[in-house]
Structure formats: structure tokens, C-alpha cells
Design a binder for this molecule. Structure first.
Ligand code: NDP
Length: 275
């Protein structure tokens, strides 16, 4: 049980894979490429090996609680915890997708908010002193926040919002979407945007909790936007390469020891953004 370790969720392709690649070059420790599908994950590890980079595979399906707890137990047993966690896994319906709005709302939030929360619930207690946690959110989070009703904006921006209250708000969006009442209830027309608004707000809540419960442990936890990146999710027209998309998350998790900021912030292009 020794050595430093970095874990990246959803990293068999896209931005997650580019993050693993960058960490293999820059992080002094073991780098875990995790994926829900063993075949896709191992193929990605092999593609990195062909470039001379050593990543290690572990299965992790964020929609499967048993998979999360099995992975968490593995890192606790083998490394005594986790030094770096980048929660990157996420989904988005294509703009042209005709799946009903209410279904898109439930499915998108299930992965991008509720499953992300499950990962954080089980991995945050494992983060070692001086550890770094980054949640890959999106620029659509603040954009969505600004389109919410004044009541919702006030709650998402407040310093006293609790995790339970946030969970209830995310559930409220799904319930209202199912009744076709989300607009009247103050929500914009974007399940993906709401899911990333929720993930960023959750990051802020957890960062405040870390300061309260582990004030001397020097852990930094932030949400960030990778930019608009050419991946299967965003398509070929996007402006950044996956390597460029990896820059801000990798910068945040490699911030040197003893630094106290940023923490509990939303960061884009290495800069803290207004919330
Ligand atoms: P991709 O679709 O290319 O990759 C998404 C990754 O997440 C895949 O590895 C996918 O695995 C994985 N994933 C999805 N669901 C699960 C799950 N249940 N368990 C484990 N892994 C899962 O997207 P990007 O690389 O573009 O996106 C990465 C992150 O960046 C996402 O959170 C996205 O929302 C965010 N983002 C992306 C932007 C962009 O412009 N691309 C802009 C802003 C934010 P599988 O191959 O098995 O499907």
C-alpha cells in the first residue's frame, strides 16, 4: 500500500483519454484509465502503451453503485486512498435527438449529476492530504444558471445551499419536466445545462464541506470547463483538440502543495469564472 495515484473517470476516449495521456507524462505516480466497458478501456490503455505511456485500467461504470464501491475499495486497499480524482465521465443527447424532453432530463441528470454525486460520495473520503479533485463541468452551467428564475439563481449561488437541497432541486427539475411544467417552474430548456449547473453547484458545496471538516488537509476541489472540444460528444466543428481540452483540468490537479486557491470554484482556461 504505497505510492501516488490518479484516477480519471470515463477516460477511454475524448477529453478523459487526453487527460490520462497528459498525466502519464506529467504526474509522478500511477495513472488509472477507467471505463465502464472493459474492452474499450483496455484498448485505450494499449493505444497509450504504443506511444510509450503507461496507464493502468480499472473498470468503473458511474451508473453502477457496485462498480463505484468496488473501485473505491480497490484504491483504498492498494494505495491507501487517492491523490488525484478527475471526474470526467458524462453524456449529452445530440441537438437533433428526438427523445422526449422529460426522458432526456431524467437520463442526462442520472449520469451527469446523480451518478457523479455517487462517485464523489464514495471517493471524497479517500482523497489523501494535499489531494486534488476536479469535476469536468461545462460553460453551459453558468449560461443555464443565468437563464433560471431569480428564486433558483439565488439558491444555486447561495453559500448555504446543502447537498440535500441541491439533490431536491435536481429532482424537482426532472419531476416538472415529466409534467411539462419545468418552464413555469423557472427552468430553461436544457437538461444537459441543468446537469452541469448541478455538478458545479455540488462541487462548491463539497469544497465548503472539505474546508469545514478537513481544514488542515490542503485538498483542492474545483469544477472546470475544458472548452468546446472535438470529441464524439461535441463533433468535428468544435474549436479545441482533446489535448487542449485537457489543459485546464490537468493544471488544476497538478497545482503544487500548500496552494489554497482556487478551491470550490468554476475554472475555465485556467481562470476562475464568475458564478
Ligand atoms: P465523449 O463522449 O467523447 O466521452 C465521454 C466519456 O464518458 C466516454 O469515455 C464514455 O464512455 C464515458 N461515460 C459515459 N457514461 C459513463 C458511465 N456511466 N460510466 C463511465 N464512463 C461513462 O465526451 P467528451 O470527451 O467530450 O466529454 C468529457 C466530459 O467533458 C463530459 O463530462 C462532457 O460533458 C464534458 N464537456 C465536454 C465538452 C466538449 O466540447 N466536448 C464541453 C464541455 C464539457 P463510453 O465510451 O463507454 O460511452
Amino acid at each position: 500500500m504505497s505510492g501516488k495515484v490518479a484516477v480519471v473517470t470515463g477516460s477511454n476516449k475524448g477529453i478523459g483519454l487526453a487527460i490520462v495521456q497528459a498525466l502519464c507524462k506529467q504526474f509522478q505516480g500511477d495513472v488509472y484509465l477507467t471505463a465502464r466497458d472493459v474492452g474499450r478501456g483496455q484498448a485505450a490503455v494499449e493505444s497509450l502503451a504504443s506511444e510509450g505511456l503507461k496507464a493502468i485500467f480499472h473498470q468503473l461504470d458511474i451508473n453502477n453503485l457496485n462498480s463505484i464501491t468496488t473501485a473505491a475499495a480497490f484504491f483504498k486497499e492498494k494505495y491507501g486512498g487517492v491523490d488525484i480524482l478527475i471526474h470526467n465521465a458524462g453524456i449529452a443527447f445530440k441537438v437533433a435527438d428526438t427523445t422526449p424532453f422529460a426522458v432526456q432530463a431524467e437520463v442526462t441528470l442520472e449520469t451527469n449529476f446523480f451518478a457523479a454525486r455517487d462517485v464523489l460520495t464514495h471517493f471524497l473520503p479517500l482523497i489523501k492530504r494535499g489531494g486534488r479533485v476536479v469535476n469536468i463541468s461545462s460553460f453551459v452551467g453558468p449560461r443555464t444558471l443565468n437563464k433560471c428564475s431569480a428564486e433558483l439563481q439565488q439558491r444555486f449561488r447561495s453559500e448555504d445551499i446543502t447537498e440535500d437541497e441541491l439533490v431536491a432541486l435536481m429532482q424537482r427539475f426532472i419531476d416538472k419536466a415529466k409534467k411539462g411544467e419545468h418552464k413555469q417552474d423557472g427552468w430553461p430548456e436544457t437538461p444537459y445545462g441543468v446537469s452541469k449547473l448541478g455538478l458545479t453547484t455540488l462541487s462548491m458545496i463539497l469544497a465548503r464541506r472539505l474546508l469545514k471538516e478537513r481544514p488542515n488537509d490542503g485538498i483542492l476541489l474545483n469544477a472546470c470547463c475544458p472548452g468546446w472540444v472535438r470529441t464524439d460528444m461535441a463533433g468535428e466543428a468544435a474549436e479545441k483538440s482533446p489535448d487542449e481540452g485537457a489543459v485546464t483540468p490537468v493544471y488544476l490537479v497538478l497545482l503544487p502543495p500548500k496552494i489554497t486557491e482556487p478551491h470550490g470554484k468554476f475554472v475555465s482556461d485556467k481562470e476562475v469564472q464568475p458564478w
